[in-house]
Design a protein around this ligand. Sequence first.
Ligand SMILES: CCCCCCCCCCCCCCCCCCCCCCCC(=O)SCCNC(=O)CCNC(=O)[C@H](O)C(C)(C)COP(=O)(O)OP(=O)(O)OC[C@H]1O[C@@H](n2cnc3c(N)ncnc32)[C@H](O)[C@@H]1OP(=O)(O)O
Ligand SMILES: Cc1cc2nc3c(=O)[nH]c(=O)nc-3n(C[C@H](O)[C@H](O)[C@H](O)COP(=O)(O)OP(=O)(O)OC[C@H]3O[C@@H](n4cnc5c(N)ncnc54)[C@H](O)[C@@H]3O)c2cc1C
Length: 627
Amino acid sequence: MEGVDHLAHERNKSEFDVDAMKIVWAGSPHAFVVSDRISKLVASDPGFRKDNRSTLSRKELFKNTLRKAAYAWKTIIDLHLSEEEAAKLRFYVDEPAFTDVHWGMFIPAIKGQGTEEQQQKWLPLAYKMQIIGCYAQTELGHGSNVQGLETTATFDPQTDEFIIHSPTLTSSKWWPGGLGKVATHAIAYALLIVGGREQGVHGFIVQLRSLEDHSPLPGMTVGDIGMKFGNGAYNAMDNGVLRFDHVRIPRNQMLMRVSQVTCEGKYKQSDVPRQLVYGAMLYVRQTIVADASCALSRAVCIATRYSAVRRQFGSQNGGPETQVIDYKTQQSRLFPLLASAYAFRFVGEWLKWLYADVTQRLQANDFSTLPEAHACTAGLKSLTTTATADGIEECRKLCGGHGYLCSSGLPELFAVYVPACTYEGENTVLLLQVARFLMKTVSQLGSSKKPVGTIAYMTRVEHLMQCRCGVQRGFAELSADLVEAAVAHCQLLVVSKFIEKLQQEIPGKGVKQQLEVLCNIYALFLLHKHQGDFLSTGCITPKHAALANDELRSLYSQVRPNAIALVDAFNYTDHYLGSILGCYDGNVYPKLYEAAWKDPLNESVVPDGYHQYIRPLLKQEIRTARL
Ligand SMILES: CCCCCCCCCCCCCCCCCCCCCCCC(=O)SCCNC(=O)CCNC(=O)[C@H](O)C(C)(C)COP(=O)(O)OP(=O)(O)OC[C@H]1O[C@@H](n2cnc3c(N)ncnc32)[C@H](O)[C@@H]1OP(=O)(O)O
Ligand SMILES: Cc1cc2nc3c(=O)[nH]c(=O)nc-3n(C[C@H](O)[C@H](O)[C@H](O)COP(=O)(O)OP(=O)(O)OC[C@H]3O[C@@H](n4cnc5c(N)ncnc54)[C@H](O)[C@@H]3O)c2cc1C
């Protein structure tokens, strides 16, 4: 039935002020207003239609993405959108594109690693999109091991230029988004060689394509690396391959905030740490954490609404069957994911603050919090993306068979999201970075250097004092256990930031109570999942473990009447959700039925290929058929 809200009875059950929760989710009343306005603008504009994406060929999809990016840019200019509004527009357009890497990596790299002069020259061009940049770090042979990159940048004092060269096949740049077909410029990372000496990996601004006709400049071999996981989805992005054949660039195109090469060929290091070369990664990892709560909440919204619509078994006296959301097993799989979405939202907010704080300090040449910021961004990126990718897949299963249809929105969401576990630092490699930071801290316990900030708790963990002398030995041997310790540290961070959020004033009837329930679910679910570790280390007794489990069940019952309202609080439009199963009005079955008839296979009753392949089979003429 058109226009009927099939979930109205669920919405009527809720015990809290949903509008107030929408503001908590958005971050502030202002953020809510902006997000709400832009989401409706995108949803109502046919130029941003996306429901036909899975039926397009790669070439059609890519061209359509180019059109959308140009149309989005025109919208941003015509409507004089602010940076905040433009970022929201990109979010609701919901299509990976070269613009992500241009704004998310190319510009931040110039800002973080370029000198004042370099910023003045390049940033205005990039802000107006008169040049389009990509971030060319990874190579065919090396991604995680950045110091192992093979591309060389050799200084030629005769001409005051660097010669950028790919000496081997494995030194080909491989993966950079936007590189394949669009970018005019790259920040290319290469091993600097000055006066015959290797000086480590540095970033260089390299023009790739002509600004007149887009043809690759001399010495560049560049193209797309091919189809990626899932139909549609991330294939809108032109991840690329690039080889340099002795390409010359002026000396002033090496990003020189961290270290400089003079025209005489002298290599000089500033007093800023070398790690600033990795600054863009710090920034992007922080945005990836914020994005995790969006992707997870989207999947959870779909699975929760559908679980309230779907009925299986349990009919009494011919009455309706049981809504699957009422099964305790469904709740025990779904509600921890709902709680995780909220938990990741708040830790993402906190990480944004931490990043702003470290950036301010770096500008004032205070580098003291950089290692902690690196550990937090790396660890939380790993934790939240792993949990989100797994969570999206769990939501697909929670929707039964219909979750496997593209029209559920979940297969595409998974395909677009899952590379987040690999890009911007492979998740295990990042956890090893956290482990290294934790072990360094342990080795310093008892010295005059007291751990502060997110590791302050370590002084309170007595048995860490006993193991501090041995921690630098056997890191590689114990790395699998150390990765688990790093995960536990990050989980503690998420829980503690959720608790800190609850210590703030939170207006709105029943809002704080709902968040307390979700916070307890998140924490107790982790305790339940890892109870073996807690029991074996004597942190809890079997009685505690049983109590935690009982409490979890009771918390799930408290969430149940509020579940639909808790996902409504994300304020997602049907356009953004892109899911028949998750549509706001819950009118799932007629929409699924109608959508099926729109599939290209249903354009004709008898399929193409019938006369060639089916009829000869049926007529036993297969031996004489021309196949
Ligand atoms: C269609 C719509 C159009 C709409 C238009 C609208 C326009 C407006 C839109 C705006 C949108 C904005 C969107 C933004 C979204 C952005 C999304 C971007 C998408 C991302 C795509 C993915 C990109 C990539 O993947 S780039 C490549 C990333 N690569 C990696 O991450 C490599 C991983 N490897 C490493 O990080 C390192 O090399 C590492 C750390 C593993 C190496 O270890 P190693 O021990 O060898 O390190 P060393 O080099 O020796 O250094 C060690 C030393 O440094 C410390 N350290 C390491 N990393 C860092 C760091 N990042 N920061 C600080 N410190 C670091 C480390 O701890 C060590 O310290 P010690 O003290 O020595 O212990
Ligand atoms: C969709 C997508 C977009 C991307 N966009 C860009 C981009 O714009 N620009 C760019 O430069 N790059 C980009 N990349 C590349 C990406 O950053 C790398 O793929 C990523 O950093 C992982 O590196 P790798 O591929 O070398 O993995 P590997 O390091 O080869 O990982 C393979 C396995 O080895 C393990 N491993 C590696 N090292 C260790 C270790 N020291 N100890 C224990 N285990 C280890 C890993 O855990 C993993 O299981 C993109 C990648 C993808 C998938």
